[in-house]
Design a protein around this ligand. Structure first.
Ligand SMILES: [Fe+2]
Length: 205
């Protein structure tokens, strides 16, 4: 079934909690703001069948976030999804890979950068691409996030550089996980090292 943006919105509204649905709407609008601030993705990744990248990727990113571990792993095995072994041990990490499959089923042959953005939005990855970096940052700073105040949101963006914002957010996420005794995933650690070494995620990736 190929859906319109309105149909996607209605589907998510009927399958997600109110709080999660609002989060998805907020991520979509924050992605739109970030694309305005830092530039759109490469041509061809801006829209698909008239639907904009921010709206569709933002809305869909948590489509499977409320699935049980069993449902996530069932989807992964039925759809033969390839993902890191550590994601199988912590299935909630894989909800982006499931959203990737759902996006293909619901919308069709979307740009590949949209799919890698969904795959890696929870952990971050050196392969998440520019759309993925925008999603990663928007997911963390959207206005419904209670753990941040507006001053902190502004601080992340204050250098006018999305790579610097993503790096600072990732540092704070990893420090938070470690304070709770959670070992960060290897894709998060690899991305942290990549950004600390001065490498950048550019628009054409
Ligand atoms: Fe999210």
């Amino acid at each position: 079934m190929l859906c319109t943006a309105d149909q996607i919105r209605n589907y998510l509204k009927s399958t997600l909690s109110v709080k999660r649905f609002l989060h998805c709407e907020n991520v979509a609008s924050t992605m739109s703001f970030l694309f305005d601030e830092f530039g759109p993705p490469t041509r061809g990744a801006e829209s698909y069948e008239g639907m904009g990248v921010a709206e569709v990727v933002g809305l869909m990113h948590d489509a499977a976030r409320e699935y049980s571990d069993e449902r996530i792993m069932q989807y992964v095995s039925e759809h033969r999804i390839l993902m890191p072994e550590e994601f199988s041990r912590v299935p909630v990490l894989a909800h982006g890979f499931v959203a990737h499959g759902m996006m293909q089923e619901m919308i069709g042959d979307v740009p590949s950068s949209w799919l890698s953005a969904l795959d890696w939005h929870t952990t971050g990855s050196v392969t998440m691409g520019y759309v993925g970096m925008v999603l990663f940052v928007a997911d963390f700073i959207e206005p419904g996030r209670r753990f941040l105040d507006d001053a902190q949101r502004k601080r992340y963006l204050s250098k006018g550089d999305l790579n610097i914002a993503a790096s600072a957010i990732l540092d704070d996420m990893i420090a938070h996980w470690q304070s709770k005794g959670i070992v960060p995933s290897s894709s998060s650690v690899e991305l942290q090292r990549f950004l600390h070494d001065g490498n950048r995620i550019e628009k054409d990736r």
